[in-house]
Design a protein around this ligand. Structure first.
Ligand code: GDD
Length: 447
């Protein structure tokens, strides 16, 4: 059995994503017209024998309920949201749901679909008992199971079948996706050294202060169930150390030093660093695109990367237009079917327009994300910007960023329900929800 787990974090994480994460959990923010988490989920479809997908986070369950049920039906793979009562760290979160992750097998999947037919509930009850019994008799050894673990805030082509194949060749507890980045940017990630021939992970340091390597951890892994033992070992060692400290501080009457809770385990610092060089982990290097999505600027860049990937994987999702009956479309563009675009508007490249947006005559949109219910009036220009839900941009106005996706004010962001009045220019600025701009601003954060 193969399962996939996507770590979605919770409301106390993703703070660099504000003001956009004030309205919606970051994993549900749309990139290329689909929630951020949809892209790794859709990629999981390419894993052979995939039984189930779990999202683990500490957001309220109701925030994911609609999405999870819609995507389960669409992909025909059960997707479940599992809520942590508090943050347990990237490995601790996985460990806290080990029973659900390992136990849910084909029987439960069958039941998942049957449950949709409520009138058959009595029959399902008996079928479940019958199937569970025969399944237990022929149970596949747990050792044959594999768990994919994906960070929700990375954008890449998710080469999961290739990783699976590499992992089967290497053996070990797990294989992680890695990529070469520039030496200047490497320190924002986990830097690692791998054996050039065997691909074994030899050394791992999380966000080091001094340069180690330009090869970094992409936050995409495949593990055997032995990963649970490795996590359990970290907790046990921590518990033992805490007991020791308590005893020694009792003897010396010194206050015990504070350490991490025993059930808070980080995949990188607590598992990969100590186990590197012990023939436990291997690496698979991607030559394709990869980015991390921590800020609104990066979400705009990644929306563009996913749109260009659609050109190869699902070209019918992209808008086509010639400026006659439909607007003129340049490059990769997504337009929700309910959006109303005037035929004289010119849209693209890298534009994503959500539901019920209205774009007026002569408007020009380049490199932007337009969220639900936005109105862009006649002859307005929007470039390198994200326009929040139900905002309105007046006639002949200009909302623009310089397009530096890594800089804090490198794009313009309008929060929910912002009004930019007619003929107002907003450049490289962040505007918090419910503000009205009647004068032009540049490089400002409007609170
Ligand atoms: N459910 C849950 N619970 N998810 C969590 C928790 C937690 O307690 N803590 C973190 N996550 C999720 C985040 O939402 C994110 O998807 C992923 O786990 C990793 O988050 P962090 O642990 O904050 O690490 P990071 O994103 O700064 O860096 C990690 O990913 C990089 C690749 O994007 C590291 O593994 C780096 O080495 C790696 O380069």
């Amino acid at each position: 059995k193969v399962v996939a787990v996507i770590m979605v974090g919770g409301p106390t994480k993703g703070t660099r994503f504000r003001p956009l994460s004030l309205n919606i959990p970051k994993p549900l923010f749309p990139l290329a017209g689909q929630p951020m988490v949809h892209h790794p989920i859709a990629a999981c479809k390419s894993i052979p024998n995939l039984a189930q997908i779990f999202l683990i986070g500490f957001y309220e369950e109701r925030e994911f309920a609609l999405y999870v049920s819609a995507i389960s039906n669409e992909l025909k793979v059960p997707v479940r949201y599992l809520k942590e009562d508090k943050p347990h760290g990237s490995a601790g979160g996985l460990y806290s749901f080990r029973d659900q992750i390992m136990e849910d097998g084909p029987v439960q999947i069958l039941i998942f679909y049957l449950c949709e037919l409520a009138f058959l509930s009595f029959l399902i009850y008996h079928l479940e008992r019958q199937l569970c019994y025969s399944c237990k008799k022929n149970a596949t050894p747990e050792q044959n199971s594999l768990i994919f673990l994906l960070n929700c805030d990375v954008c890449c082509s998710f080469p999961l079948p290739e990783m699976l194949e590499a992992h089967r060749r290497y053996g070990g507890i797990g294989t992680l996706l890695v990529i070469k980045v520039s030496a200047e940017s490497a320190s924002q990630f986990g830097e690692l050294v791998a054996d050039p021939v065997t691909k074994e992970l030899l050394h791992y340091t999380e966000k080091p202060e001094t340069f180690v390597s330009d090869l970094i951890n992409c936050g995409v892994y495949v593990f055997t169930p032995d990963i649970f033992t490795a996590i359990q070992n970290v907790s046990t060692q921590r518990k033992d150390r805490a007991n020791l400290r308590r005893l020694s501080s009792f003897e010396s009457l010194q206050p015990a030093t504070k350490s991490l809770p025993v059930d808070f385990v980080r995949l990188d610092q607590d598992i990969l660093s100590p186990l590197a060089g012990k023939r436990q982990f291997y690496t698979y290097e991607t030559m394709d695109f990869w980015e991390q999505i921590k800020t609104p600027g990066m979400s705009l860049k990644c929306s563009g990367l996913y749109l260009s990937q659609f050109r190869i994987t699902s070209p019918n999702v992209l808008a086509r237009g010639d400026g006659m009956k439909s607007p003129f479309v340049a490059g990769d563009v997504y337009i929700h079917p309910s959006a109303k675009i005037h035929p004289t508007a010119k849209i693209g490249p890298n534009v994503s327009i959500s539901a019920n947006a209205r774009i007026g005559a002569g408007a020009r949109l380049i490199s932007c994300i337009i969220l639900d219910g936005v109105e862009i009036k006649e002859n307005a220009v929007v470039i390198h910007s994200i326009v929040g839900w139900k905002s309105s941009i007046g006639t002949w106005s200009r909302v623009q960023g310089e397009g530096d996706y890594n800089a804090k004010l490198g794009i313009t962001i309008l929060g929910e329900a912002v009004t930019v009045e007619d003929e107002v220019i907003v450049i490289n600025s962040i505007v918090l929800p419910n503000k009205t701009l009647n004068v032009s601003v540049q490089e400002e954060i409007i609170l």
